[in-house]
Design a protein around this ligand. Structure first.
Ligand code: SFD
Ligand code: AMP
Length: 650
């Protein structure tokens, strides 16, 4: 096996993941680090310019407050999550997010403007952008703020290292280059886990030639969650997945269609399930008070769609793009204006996907779909773990001090904003639980908030912690083990193409090792069939969840046998290790919360209703002991900072 050299990086503050939250952390942290003469380093497994969820671009900024107050935003978020969010975290982002959006514009991001120069809104909180280069623009600002020499790209961070004298404090991290035979050992006072959410834990709907296509990026493999969980940080709401309703097969987002174009969706035979769900005696009345709020919570919108598809068998669901476009164009005063408007709408329809989900535009083109002429199919996707959109999973973090009540301060504040329960370990973006609906702009904002607090932590805790070098030596061997497995055992491979070195056929089947592709298939099958994926129509029970835990245990026993043909596959191996951790945490959380709180995200078939008395005022949290490989489940109280008396009305 090729020799690996060790690269040691000593810094004050390490940002792990240079996505939207990481870029925000770089911009803000770069400033405060300079002020305090500290060093900040940013590391990403990809190239920052196009890394993370926004790599392909976006067509909207989903969180902009405008003149709305943080309480307005909180009321929306709380309702969307069926009552369960952290008021302090949500309002904290809300009060700072306008500043981030104005920064984006300053960096050069084109935001749509109307004739009077005002931003064009998609919905109440969302702004339309020409966002194909959104990530490149934001990344450039982040790189400039920290200095290009402090950005390390194409290094996968595998695990955090704890202080040898204080096991509740971070001291470093270990990773490896995905391009060169190099192991990276980072030493720092504080770090920020902002390595995105988790995709491909559940089986994707895409198969065959489209396999791997998902709404959220497949390269977000649960690293934020893995890094914080295995460092011993308390995690929250790992049971809350996000299932977006998306255009079938290419997963094009629906927001612009529902909010900007005001399209309606119906079942195959034309049943307007949203309108009928709201009407007297409709399904939404079975989920008080959240069935009656506006907008209807995301999970309930899914729930109505799922009833049509799975209970009534009246699928597929159609989104009537043609009717929506016609309704807008009809308002044109004359034939000439109508034609012009149609051209504009057609261009906007295509741009929405070309800016954000190019494959959807390609699929439309290849299937001869003309959105102005006919409807498209939409359907609920597989579940994702994403703390920044309409899910809630992530680390249990300290909130800001200044907006707590006396009661909430005892539970929600421990010294530094966005610090996890492990000293020096901060989180942001998809990595933070219960601070949902922050999207790209709010993730950037949360990265700024966390970085500022982390620099304060470095100033107030100036001593560099020490990790155990014997542990690092062991980890260094572990990191490259999959390459060793492959080299040692590849000759036993029985199927497939030819291995040039050994002149032997190679593919997946080998009695001595498991390839990353086979490992992910196995994980996906377990999660889909027993933990409420689309294959089980999103149903699970204590019985299926316990079967899953048994199967995950067996899978975990096989993970040390992962094999990698090259550095890229080495990353794929460790990504799967990260995914399996969140899969188990999720299954345990789901088992613990004995109710169906988010119908449309998942159903506990043994507890079909929301149980407000038992579960309506608590968050489900967990702590993982990496040495014992044991989870401890617990609850934390839901404390409201403000009363929102009236739901927004039907
Ligand atoms: O329409 C490691 N999102 C949308 N947000 C919006 O504001 N508007 C939209 O229009 C949005 N839509 C949307 C969105 C996402 C996607 C994929 C589509 C459409 C198709 C959501 C936002 O993108 C999302 O909320 C934020 O990007 C979250 O930010 P953050 O920082 O938590 O995650 P990231 O940007 O993916 O970055 C993660 C980074 O970590 C790196 N990484 N680095 C080192 N070691 C490891 N082990 C690592 N693991 C991961 C990644 O490379 C990446 O750089 S719509 O559908 O709602
Ligand atoms: P999406 O494209 O589904 O990710 O949605 C983008 C934004 O629009 C998010 O803020 C969603 O919560 C919101 N959204 C999408 N569809 C609807 C809808 N039918 N009603 C209200 N809000 C929606």
């Amino acid at each position: 096996m090729q020799e690996f050299k060790t690269v040691e990086v000593t810094t004050d503050f390490l940002v792990i993941g240079a996505g939207m939250a990481g870029a925000g952390a770089a911009v803000e942290g770069g400033y405060w680090a300079k002020e305090n003469n500290l060093k900040i380093t940013v590391v990403d497994k990809a190239a920052m310019e196009r890394s993370g969820a926004v790599g392909m671009g976006l067509s909207a900024i989903n969180q902009y407050q405008g003149d709305n107050s943080p309480v307005d935003y909180l009321s929306y978020v709380r309702q969307d999550l069926m009552g369960l969010c952290r008021d302090d975290l949500v309002m904290d982002i809300s009060r700072h997010v306008n500043g981030s959006v104005h920064m984006f514009e300053g960096f050069g991001l084109p935001i749509w403007k109307d004739g009077e120069g005002n931003y064009v809104h998609e919905g109440r909180w969302q702004l339309m952008i020409n966002g194909e280069s959104y990530k490149a623009i934001v990344a450039e600002a982040g790189k400039t703020a920290v200095g290009i020499e402090n950005v390390i790209e194409r290094v996968f961070v595998l695990r955090l290292l704890l202080d040898k004298n204080d096991k509740n404090k971070v001291a470093g991290a270990i990773g490896f280059s995905v391009r060169d035979p190099e192991i990276y050992v980072f030493k720092f006072k504080a770090c920020l886990a902002c390595s995105g959410g988790a995709v491909h834990v559940f089986k994707p709907r895409s198969t065959g030639e489209g396999l791997g296509r998902a709404w959220y990026p497949p390269w977000n493999a649960g690293s934020s969650s893995y890094l914080t969980t295995t460092a011993g940080a308390e995690m929250t709401s790992q049971e809350v997945v996000f299932i977006p309703g998306r255009y079938k097969d290419a997963y094009g987002p629906v927001g612009a269609w529902f909010l900007l174009f005001k399209a309606a969706a119906t079942s195959a035979t034309g049943f307007n399930y949203m309108a009928e769900g709201l009407a007297e005696g409709g399904e939404l009345h079975n989920w008080p008070p959240y069935g009656k709020v506006k907008p209807i919570p995301t999970c309930l919108r899914n729930h109505l769609m799922m009833i049509e598809m799975y209970q009534k068998g009246d699928g597929p669901i159609f989104i009537h793009t043609d009717k929506a476009i016609a309704k807008i164009a009809e308002q044109a005063p004359d034939e000439k204006a109508y034609k012009k408007e149609m051209k504009k709408l057609e261009a906007e329809a295509w741009e929405d996907f070309l800016d954000m989900t190019i494959s959807q535009a390609i699929l439309w083109a290849s299937k001869d779909v003309f959105p102005e002429e006919g409807p498209s199919e939409i359907m609920p996707s597989e579940p994702y773990f994403i703390g920044s959109h309409s899910g809630a999973s992530g680390a249990w973090c300290s909130g800001p001090e200044d907006i707590q009540t006396e009661e909430s301060k005892k539970e929600y504040f421990w010294g530094y904003n966005r610090m996890t329960t492990v000293k020096g370990l901060f989180a942001a973006g998809d990595g933070v639980g219960l601070s949902s609906h922050k999207f790209s702009s709010g993730s950037f904002t949360e990265g700024r908030i966390a970085a500022k607090a982390a620099i304060k932590y470095c100033v107030e805790n100036p001593e560099m912690p020490e990790f155990d070098s014997a542990e690092v030596d062991k980890l260094k061997e572990l990191v490259v083990l999959p390459l060793k497995h492959y080299e040692e055992h590849t000759a036993y491979t029985t199927l497939g193409t030819t291995n040039k070195k050994y002149d032997m056929p190679v593919e997946e089947v080998n009695p001595n090792y498991i390839t990353p592709k086979m490992a992910i298939f196995r994980l996906n099958k377990i999660m889909d069939e027993y933990v409420a994926g689309w294959g089980s129509q999103y149903n699970c029970s204590a019985i299926t969840l316990n079967i899953a835990l048994d199967l995950l245990k067996l899978l975990k026993e096989d993970l040390p046998k992962l094999a990698a043909r090259n550095l890229h596959e080495l990353m794929r191996c460790w990504e799967n290790v990260h995914r399996v951790q969140i899969a188990e945490a999720h299954t345990r959380h789901k088992l613990f919360r004995e109710e169906t709180r988010w119908p449309g995200y998942y159903y506990r078939s043994d507890f079909r209703k929301m149980d407000e008395d038992k579960w309506g005022k608590v968050f489900v949290n967990s702590v993982y002991d990496a040495e014992k490989d044991e989870f401890t489940m617990l609850t934390k109280p839901l404390i409201h900072l403000v009363d929102i008396k009236e739901v927004v009305g039907m």
